[in-house]
Design a protein around this ligand. Structure first.
Ligand code: NFS
Ligand code: SF4
Length: 645
């Protein structure tokens, strides 16, 4: 297969070609080697949860040995994907909460509260008294409140009552899916999907919904909120993206994975004069930190650290031969990096006790010795600079953009400096200049041409005046393609969106962070509802979600919490349920009656975008705001009058 058939990204194409010449395998090659893939697995109808099996469902054998049918088996499998995805996000949230608590308890620690305002806002939501109290007291109460969300045995999640619109909470209550505590919902999935517990697929899915809500409005939200407080809330910031950010003349450290705790400190210590001097003594011009996957997004959002690439570029980045250290923590790290790193001087370093990889060196990260360990790692990279062997190959491909948008600051921008509210956004939607908004998120998957799905869908949406917010590897794709430059508005947007972007000075695709930061999209939606004029519930809003190249179990949890929050969600690769007709019908249709949102599967990104736009227009019709745009709503005089008030 030609590199072009594998990726639309010029840098990736170059490196894929380079890998082929060098006889190195990558994910695309391994996908070919794995093809054809097992049809039972794809359709979700193989079960191996007890040793009477494995059982596979076919015409000849419509039930497993225990009598479980296709719907039961596929539902159980899907639930276990949600459990894993929710666990990954939420365990990340828990770790941030622990670091937060530790930071408060140690007097001269390496972390501190960087966003006091947000601390007070979040604490107040959790019902913690803030007035007249010291930062440390409030923070300590918040740390305890957040940590207790994971394992409490009574009641429901505080955040599930503090953030979503009331109408949404009522939907969950009536349907019986209000999340109780984060760990509990995940454990209950494992219980319910054990051999011989529930077999009613709808009742199983209900628990999947509840666990996913505990992720989105619980674990992920905690990860985002506490990271903002501890590492600082993002603010619009310029960044560079793609493999061209690597610099042959500098010591290159790539941070890859998900958690901000280590990478944030690495960024801080890499600027220390002593280390810079050491690098110079070794003949390097400096120390260059770049990110891959969501760790990249965490430090890009907060410090403008360049991003080397998204998920499918991790092997390609190592292949450049200029990476002294690839530092990984957890999630989305291909085991293939272990053996690939052995072909280069590159050291692959694992840092989490949860993630060790064959072929990697392990330096365990301890939060209470954060700076010390970070310095040790940077020194190791500097020393490794002299060990480069073979020719460096860095594609000269790099784009620039603006990232760092949050629930709190996006619409501060949209409102202009003097009107920090969601009113201008809601008015933009009501007037029809903006048709609505879409969240385009998620991974890469070698089954789709790398980045093609993200970029094609996003361009189609903004052409039709749909504002796009993006996270994760999708956001990196958009950044690399120049869609996060404010100038992109003139080139790609419809007239209405172009006007809005130009007036406010924002790009048409807003980078709101890593995948746990999909929680920002939830809180943005809650704010839009609270601002008024667009219905009472998230399910009333002219919005849609999509993951055009998803692959991870986290994406299933994310998709499910969007659906369960009332959002129509289109994904490319279908959920592995197609062998279960009733379950498929439920997820793509009937579930809407229960929670207000539903799933759709569509591999063609243009068609998928059209489906989203159609949904947005139908919500506009239901709100009765489409009629008004037929009349002249705003002309120049009106607008001038508006801007005077
Ligand atoms: Ni999200 Fe971010 Fe990327 Fe997918 Fe992996 S890095 S947590 S899971 S591949 S978007
Ligand atoms: Fe087969 Fe039932 Fe055991 Fe699954 S739980 S492997 S369907 S016998």
């Amino acid at each position: 297969m030609e590199p072009k058939e594998r990726s639309t990204d010029k840098a990736a194409q170059e490196m894929i070609g380079h890998m082929a010449e060098a006889g190195q395998q990558n994910a695309w090659d391994r996908l070919e080697a794995q093809s054809p893939q097992c049809g039972f697995g794809k359709q979700g109808i193989c079960c191996r949860i007890c040793t009477m099996g494995p059982c596979r469902i076919s015409k000849k054998t419509p039930v497993g040995i225990c009598g479980a049918d296709a719907d039961t088996i596929a539902a159980r499998n899907l639930l276990r994907m949600i459990a894993s995805g929710a666990a990954a996000h939420s365990d990340h949230g828990r770790d941030v909460a622990h670091t937060f608590k530790m930071a408060l308890e140690s007097d001269n620690g390496d972390y501190m509260v960087k966003d006091e305002l947000k601390l007070r806002e979040v604490a107040a939501r959790y019902g913690i008294k803030v007035e007249g109290r010291q930062t440390k007291e409030i923070a300590s109460d918040l740390a305890d409140a957040a940590l207790s969300e994971f394992g409490k045995q009574e009641g429901t999640l505080v955040s599930a009552a503090a953030y979503p619109p009331l109408a949404r909470q009522k939907v969950w209550q009536e349907f019986g899916v209000t999340p109780r505590s984060i760990d509990r919902e995940i454990v209950e999935i494992m219980h319910r999907t054990h051999m011989g517990v529930g077999s009613d697929y709808k009742n199983l899915i209900k628990q999947g919904i509840r666990a996913s809500l505990a992720d989105g409005w619980g674990g992920s939200l905690i990860a985002t909120e506490l990271s903002d407080i501890l590492f600082g809330s993002p603010w619009p910031i310029r960044f560079g993206a793609n493999l061209g950010v690597l610099d042959e003349k500098q010591v290159n450290i790539i941070v890859h994975g998900h958690e901000p705790t280590l990478s944030d400190i690495i960024v801080a210590v890499s600027q220390e004069p002593e280390l810079m001097k050491m690098a110079e003594e070794k003949g390097a011009k400096g120390i260059n930190i770049a990110g891959i996957c969501c760790t990249a997004n965490e430090i890009l959002m907060r410090h403008g650290i360049p991003v080397a690439g998204n998920f499918l570029q991790q092997e390609l980045a190592m292949m450049t031969g200029v990476v002294e250290i690839m530092l990984v923590d957890v999630q989305c790290i291909m085991p293939a990096l272990g053996s690939l790193s052995n072909c280069f001087h590159t050291k692959l370093i694992t840092t989490s006790p949860k993630c060790k990889i064959a072929g990697a060196e392990h330096i365990e990260f301890e939060e209470d010795r954060a700076a010390e360990i970070a310095r040790q790692i940077v020194k190791l990279a500097i020393e490794n600079f002299a060990n480069r062997n073979g020719k460096a190959k860095i594609p000269k491909v790099m784009e620039r953009g603006i990232a760092g948008f949050t629930t709190e600051n996006i619409f501060y921008h949209l409102g202009g400096r003097f009107r920090g509210s969601y009113r201008p956004l809601n008015d933009g939607i009501i007037s029809g200049r903006l048709r609505g908004a879409a969240g385009v998120v998620g991974c890469n998957n070698p089954k789709q041409v790398h980045d093609y799905g993200h970029l094609t869908m996003i361009k189609e949406l903004i052409k039709n005046d749909v504002l796009v917010v993006s996270t994760g590897c999708s956001a990196i794709a958009a950044g690399k393609a120049g869609l996060m430059r404010p100038e992109a508005a003139a080139k790609y947007c419809g007239k209405g969106l172009h006007e809005v972007c130009e007036t406010v000075g924002i790009p048409p695709v807003l980078h709101v962070g890593s995948c746990v930061d999909n929680s920002r999209i939830l809180t943005i939606l809650a704010n839009v509802v609270a601002e008024g004029g667009l219905g009472d519930d998230i399910s009333d809003l002219p919005v849609a979600g999509a993951a055009p190249e998803w692959m991870s179990e986290k994406a299933v949890s994310i998709g499910m919490y969007f659906v369960a929050s009332g959002v129509y969600t289109v994904i490319a690769e279908p959920l592995p349920v197609l062998g279960a007709p009733n379950l498929t019908r439920y997820l793509t249709d009937e579930i809407e009656r229960d929670v207000g949102g539903k799933w759709a599967f569509e591999r063609d990104p243009i068609k998928a975008a059209e489906m989203m736009i159609q949904h947005i227009e139908s919500k506009r019709d239901a709100l009765g705001i489409n009629k008004e745009t037929e009349r002249k709503l705003y002309d120049m005089a009106d607008r001038r009058a508006l801007s005077i008030e």
